[in-house]
Design a protein around this ligand. Structure first.
Ligand code: PLP
Length: 352
């Protein structure tokens, strides 16, 4: 597979990338898929293609990785933070509604941890205000909402192929998917220095191309991603069944909203005494992760940036309580039992 690429000697935006784009468009049942250099670029170019720029407000979540906020700030727009729903950790549509102003030009939800956000009410709000919904699907490749893949609901869906994502390459990569030919064309133009024809630049673009080696690797992995997501879901059910018994000790398991298909990019519990639990697990050789220890509006990087923040107590509480346990397709029932026993022991001794 890799030899084929070296023989051809074309290393960016070649036949592998085109085939990967075609296969992704088919996977999602959309008209267009445009491969890019990263998920962060996917968000920034999606915003630009939607015409979002200086002075515009974009409503997004305070509880996520920072990339969507970087993208909003990069195009000169103002991030507006609306609080999350405590069960799904994704944007609360009621909070979004009260954050809408005349300047709101887009809604940018994140399907956090692999759980689809409340797409139907958010789509309704976007439609009522005549603004696009831009989906951050970086953690949710293959997640579904009412039977349909996330990324296909809004005007445009943004994906990341960073190695740790559910569909991850051996390096960076990203993609936008859309049914709007105009948006796809615009992103294609932006990723190649604003040019369709060599040395003729129609707009100021950037360099955001996927390389052939990544595309070839991702093509192979795309054929397996549904199987891997199914394995993640099986592991999550196993954790759920065992960890639910620890509710008395202040442990709560993730939920899956009715009509949603969670793909468990992360398996994230809440723990009343998180720091102690994390230490106890670490002593047992179990690596855990806090995603995320603080809300986005409280990041030092945002202090000097124009932004609007509504009160986000739900996000602030999540930042204090969430803990992601090991979850990946290759995990075994024995691994899960080992983790659960360690959590239970820590809970009994009061460490959690
Ligand atoms: C990983 C991630 C991104 C950014 O993707 P990169 O490919 O690393 O640039 C964007 N949004 C969320 C929610 C992510 O988790």
């Amino acid at each position: 597979m890799l030899e084929r690429i070296f023989d051809r000697g074309q290393f960016v935006l070649g036949p592998e990338v085109r085939a990967f784009e075609r296969e992704c468009a088919e996977y999602f049942g959309v008209a267009h898929a445009v491969a890019l250099a990263s998920g962060t670029d996917a968000l920034a170019l999606a915003l630009r293609a939607c015409g979002i720029g200086p002075g515009d407000e974009v409503i997004t979540t305070p509880f996520s990785f920072i990339a969507p906020v970087e993208a909003i700030v990069a195009v000169g727009a103002v991030p507006v933070f609306a609080d999350i729903d405590p069960a799904s950790y994704t944007l609360d549509p009621a909070r979004v509604e009260s954050a809408l102003t005349r300047k709101t030009r887009a809604i940018l939800p994140v399907h956090l941890y692999g759980h689809p956000c409340a797409l139907e009410p958010l789509m309704r709000l976007a439609a009522r205000h005549g603004i696009p919904l831009i989906e951050d699907c970086a953690q949710a490749f293959g997640a579904r909402y009412q039977g349909r893949a996330v990324g296909t609901f809004g005007a445009i869906g943004c994906f990341s192929f960073y190695p740790t994502k559910n569909l991850g390459g051996c390096g960076d990569g990203g993609m936008v998917i859309t049914n709007h030919g105009r948006l796809a064309e615009h992103v294609r133009l932006l990723r190649e220095h604003g040019s369709r024809q060599r040395y003729r630049h129609l707009v100021i673009g950037t360099n955001s191309r996927l390389d052939e080696l990544q595309a070839a690797i991702l093509r192979v992995k795309l054929r397996r991603v549904d199987r891997w997501n199914a394995a993640r879901r099986r592991h999550a059910r196993m954790y759920d069944a065992r960890l639910r018994r620890l509710h008395w000790a202040g442990i709560s398991v993730p939920t899956e909203a009715a009509g949603g298909r969670h793909v468990y990019h992360l398996y994230t519990i809440r723990a009343r005494r998180r720091a102690a639990l994390q230490r106890a697990l670490e002593r047992n050789g179990i690596a855990t992760q806090v995603a995320y220890p603080s809300t986005l509006p409280s990041q030092p990087a945002l202090r000097r940036v124009r932004r609007r923040v509504t009160a986000c107590p739900v996000a602030a509480r999540a930042a204090r309580e969430v803990l992601s346990l090991p979850l990946y397709p290759e995990l075994t029932a024995r691994d899960i039992a080992y983790v659960v026993r360690a959590v239970a022991r820590a809970s009994r001794t009061g460490a959690a």
